[in-house]
Design a binder for this molecule. Sequence first.
Ligand code: ADP
Ligand code: MG
Length: 574
Amino acid sequence: MAIIGIDLGTTNSLVSVYQDGKVQIIQNIFGENQIPSAVAVDEKGRILVGRPAKERIYRYPKDCAIEFKRQMGNIERIEIGEKSYLPEELSAFVLKKCKEEAEIYLNEEVTEAVISVPAYFDNQQREATKNAAKIAGLVCNRIINEPSAAALAHRMHTGISMEQYILVIDFGGGTLDVSLVDCFENIVEIVGVSGDNQLGGKNFDEQIAKAFLKENKLDAKYLSSEEYSLVIRKAEEVKIALGGKEKVTMGCKIKDKLYTMVITQEKLLSITGNLLMALKDVMVKVIQDAGCTIEEITDVLLAGGCCRLQIIQNYLRELFHREITFPNDIQELVVKGLGYYTGIMEKKAGLEEILVTDVCPFSLGVNVSGQSINQVMSVIIPRNSTLPKKAAKEYISKTKTQKEMVFSVYQGENYYAEENKKLGEIRIPLYPTPGKLQTVLTTFSYDINGILCVEVKNSQGIKMKKKLLGTGSTTPDKNIFQEKYLPRELEEYTAIHEKLARLYAEASERNREELERWIDSIEYAKEHEGYVENIKLLRGVKRYMEAYEEAVCGENIFQMNIADMFYDNRDSYL
Ligand code: ADP
Ligand code: MG
């Protein structure tokens, strides 16, 4: 049975498998590699996952959830329509979709997956990811850091066996991950990681939207959630459309009035300059931590959709005084690496045995309750230690009559324990011996999946053990398989239907007539699904939408007067 690799992204998820001597990225029903990480409910209470859910968000933002990876490990529930879910449950829907796509492609059941997470994910977030897999019916024995996967793909593609120091910058939709990877012979070793799991492409969209509202003297407070979501979507569209161009125009129709803003590379830079500074801070931290210099870095490897931004590429070129590796498959690098990894796990012929090691992204330590006035954190495993790592420290009781010692476990870099993140607590009884202070040996074992086990042993040899999941982590056992799903055959119709309805809502009166006819045809086809005619219809409507969007959002984009001119005849597309 094949093991699959899943890049569970904030924005998009991808699935791969190692087959016939190469990595195969599995395509979904739409013929696309990427499954949007989106979940929604429709008017019948059915669950929509991926493209149909992403399309639905524009008209029914309250019924949809996106970017829940940012909340991974939290216990606050996210509402969609009448229902509410934990972030890991929403992720489980996406993982289940990935599993299904793989099963259809492979024509066999899939039960095991390797899943990637940002290197900066803490214990709780990693545990939540594994739990999401479990809910989705997948065993996940190995979690891999996204940059390690990207570096592995790079290593396999270039086949270079001399030592390379690669700085991997994975700038996705909602997270930034920077790692320094040492590739030497058959070892891919992470030597340093840092990141920001609240920084990504989404922040660029928000800043553009903010500038747009300001320039047009609009107040976000007075916009409905649908209107605000439209502004954000137009901001993302304009960000992507700008590409290498000098300028484009962003246009947005709010309460029947058209608002515009011209955006140039220079303007984008001025609006989002603070985000580049944040990117720089993360890179500096990694390089400094690893104790190396910019000159020692052999390659700068970009991954993640956000790295497609011209301003980021220019900035990095300037900063590193060199050409930057800019692979075409920038958004597929991680999943390709995972594909190779599954091949290595399955010991597939032709694949050399490559060892992918990892590091601990935070310092881990304890504070012994009541021991010191300052409540400092005593570090047991320093950050960037290679995993798996086991380390121990001895602590002495404060008084000779003390009956218990309480260890609070923390992760983080702050001097004071309280300023770090508390992962849990472990207690050990003491049996006072007259005239003697007691000692307790505290051992931390941090495994390759970032799971921390704490053991405390007193002078009498009594041990207490605890696997730490962090505060507030839960282990829900919800059966999402019992939910009512939108049938797979209807996914494509639904996504197209949603998109047409959205285009209709934004269209000028003249164009609406034609769109209405398409909507009627799709609605009819949805009910009479299965006719050969429908294939023709689906192809036709896709071609129409492409041409329509190009006309509406083409070269000098987003100007509604261009949209007004587009009322092409439906029949010419069939
Ligand atoms: P994740 O791994 O977080 O799911 P991806 O690597 O798929 O994310 O990147 C998604 C982000 O990349 C989104 O914010 C999207 O707007 C942005 N993006 C995609 N294509 C482009 C492009 N051509 N130019 C700029 N940004 C892009
Ligand atoms: Mg990613």
